[in-house]
Design a protein around this ligand. Structure first.
Ligand SMILES: Cc1cc2nc3c(=O)[nH]c(=O)nc-3n(C[C@H](O)[C@H](O)[C@H](O)COP(=O)(O)OP(=O)(O)OC[C@H]3O[C@@H](n4cnc5c(N)ncnc54)[C@H](O)[C@@H]3O)c2cc1C
Length: 391
C-alpha cells in the first residue's frame, strides 16, 4: 500500500533518490547487507550519518531550530522508506531519535547547545541505561542510586543489556535519587560520560555469537548535578517521554518486503505446493496488512492525530513477521545455516554455501530478541488489552 503523495512530495522523493544514488557508497551498502544485529556497526552507521549531516539531513525528525530538517511526517516517511529500499543502514536511534527529543523538551539551554550538535554530527555516541537485572518490564523498580554530594551525584549500581555500550562515549541513565518514595517517584534522568572513573563495561556475547549488548557497572561514579535532565525525582516522566520515541519506525513493511524478496529467491526451486512456499504467501498477506496499517497511521500522524496503541500493535506485528521470515530462511537453507558456519564467517573464514547462507543462523538467533527489547511482546499486549479492549 502506498501513501498518496502530492506533487511536492513526489519531487522530494526524487531528491532523496538522487542523494542515495550519488552518496550511498557500495561499501556502506555491502556492510549493511551483512548486518545480522539490530543496529548496524557503529562505523557503518556513523559514516552514513556524516554523509547526511553534510547535506543537513541527519536530524530527520528534528525541528529546524535545533539543526534538523524540519520535514513533515510524510517527508520523513518517504525518506525512511527510500533509504531502506536503497540498502542504507538504519541510523542509530539512541542519540538521534531517543535522547534528542528529551533534550529538546526537558534540556536546559546549555544542555541543548552542548549536546545536540554533537549528536547530530556523530561526535557523541550514546547508549541507553534503563534496564537493570530484575528491572526490565518493571522498570520503575530500578535500584541504581545517585546520592547528592555537593555539586555532584555519586552513582552506584548496574545497568544491563546496554546496546553498544562498548562503543559509546556517553550513556543516558535512570537513577534513583529518592529511595523512600513510591517507585515511579524518586527517579532522575542523568547524562554520564563513559570515561568517568568507576564505570566498567562487561560484554554479553549472545547466542548468535555477536557482541551487541553489555552490562555496565557504576562504582562511586561522580556526575555533576548539571548533567541531570529535568527536575530531580521527576525522571519517570522524562523516561516515559523517551520511550514514546523508542518504538518509532513506521516503515518496517518496506524492509520486510525486501527480506521476502531474498527469501523467495532461496525457495525458487521448490515446487509451488511446498510448505515453505505456501508459508511465504501467508507472510505476504500479513505484510500487506502491516503496510496498510502503516499507511493509515502515517496519515493520522500527518493530520496531527495521536496513534495511541497503534505503535504497540505495529511493534508486535513487525517483530513477529521478522522472526517468521528469519525462521523460514533458516529452514530453507537447512544445514548450510548451521551456527558453526556463521562463526566461521565472523572469524573472516570461508563457510559453506554463499554469503547469504552464512548470515542466516545469526540473523535468526538475533531476531529472537526483537519481541523482548523496546517493550516485550506480552507487555505490548497488556497495553493493547488496556487501551483498545478496556480490560
Ligand atoms: C537485544 C536487546 C537489546 C537491549 N538493549 C537495551 C538497551 O540498550 N538499554 C536498556 O536499558 N535495555 C535494553 N534491553 C533490555 C530490554 O528493554 C528488556 O530486556 C525488556 O524490557 C524486558 O525486560 P527483562 O529482560 O528484564 O525481562 P522481564 O521484564 O523479566 O520479562 C520476562 C518475561 O516476563 C514477561 N512479563 C514481564 N512483565 C509482564 C507482565 N506485566 N505481563 C505479562 N508478561 C510479563 C515478559 O514479556 C518476558 O517474556 C535490551 C534487550 C535486548 C534483548
Amino acid at each position: 500500500m502506498e501513501l498518496e503523495l502530492t506533487e511536492e512530495e513526489l519531487a522530494f522523493r526524487d531528491e532523496v533518490r538522487q542523494l542515495l544514488i550519488e552518496e550511498l557508497t557500495d561499501e556502506i551498502k555491502a556492510a549493511t547487507a551483512k548486518t545480522t544485529t539490530v543496529f548496524a556497526d557503529k562505523d557503518v552507521a556513523i559514516a552514513w550519518q556524516q554523509i547526511l549531516h553534510k547535506r543537513g539531513w541527519a536530524g530527520v525528525s528534528w525541528p529546524k531550530e535545533f539543526g534538523g530538517t524540519g520535514w513533515s511526517s510524510n517527508q520523513r516517511y518517504i525518506f525512511n522508506q527510500e533509504c531502506i529500499k536503497a540498502g542504507a543502514p538504519g541510523m542509530i536511534p539512541l542519540g538521534l531519535r531517543m535522547l534528542a527529543p528529551v533534550i529538546f523538551r526537558y534540556g536546559t539551554k546549555e544542555q541543548q547547545d552542548y549536546y545536540l550538535p554533537k549528536i547530530l554530527s556523530g561526535e557523541h555516541y550514546w547508549c541507553q541505561g534503563y534496564s537493570e537485572p530484575g528491572s526490565g518490564s518493571d522498570l520503575a523498580s530500578l535500584k541504581t542510586k545517585a546520592e547528592k554530594d555537593g555539586d555532584d551525584y555519586i552513582v552506584n549500581g548496574t545497568k544491563i543489556w546496554t546496546t553498544h555500550a562498548q562503543f559509546s562515549d556517553h550513556i543516558f541513565c535512570l537513577v534513583r535519587t529518592d529511595p523512600d518514595s513510591k517507585p515511579q517517584i524518586g527517579i532522575s534522568f542523568l547524562l554520564i560520560e563513559m570515561d568517568t572513573p568507576g564505570i566498567t563495561v562487561e560484554p554479553i556475547i549472545t547466542m548468535a555469537g555477536d557482541h551487541e549488548v553489555n552490562q555496565v557497572f557504576f562504582d562511586n561514579v561522580r556526575v555533576p548535578v548539571t548533567n541531570r535532565v529535568g527536575p530531580e525525582n521527576e525522571g519517570w516522566s522524562v523516561a516515559k517521554y523517551l520511550l514514546e520515541f523508542e518504538r518509532g519506525g513506521g516503515t518496517a513493511a518496506t524492509g520486510l518486503q525486501l527480506g521476502m524478496q531474498e527469501l523467495k529467491l532461496l525457495l525458487d526451486e521448490l515446487p509451488e505446493e511446498h510448505e515453505l512456499r505456501k508459508r511465504t504467501m501467508a507472510i505476504d498477506i500479513e505484510i500487506a496488512a502491516l503496510s496498510q496499517m502503516e499507511t493509515d497511521l502515517q496519515t493520522r500522524v500527518a493530520n496531527g492525530m495521536n496513534i495511541g496503541s497503534g505503535s504497540s500493535l505495529m511493534k508486535n506485528m513487525v517483530s513477529g513477521l521478522g522472526q517468521l521470515i528469519s525462521t523460514t530462511r533458516l529452514e530453507a537453507i537447512g544445514y548450510y545455516g548451521l551456527p558453526h558456519n556463521n562463526l566461521l564467517w565472523f572469524q573472516g573464514e570461508d563457510g559453506v554455501g554463499t554469503e547469504e547462507t552464512q548470515t542466516a543462523a545469526a540473523t535468526y538467533m538475533n531476531n529472537r530478541a526483537s519481541s523482548v527489547f523496546g517493550g516485550s511482546k506480552e507487555v505490548q499486549k497488556n497495553i493493547i488489552a488496556k487501551t483498545v479492549l478496556g480490560l
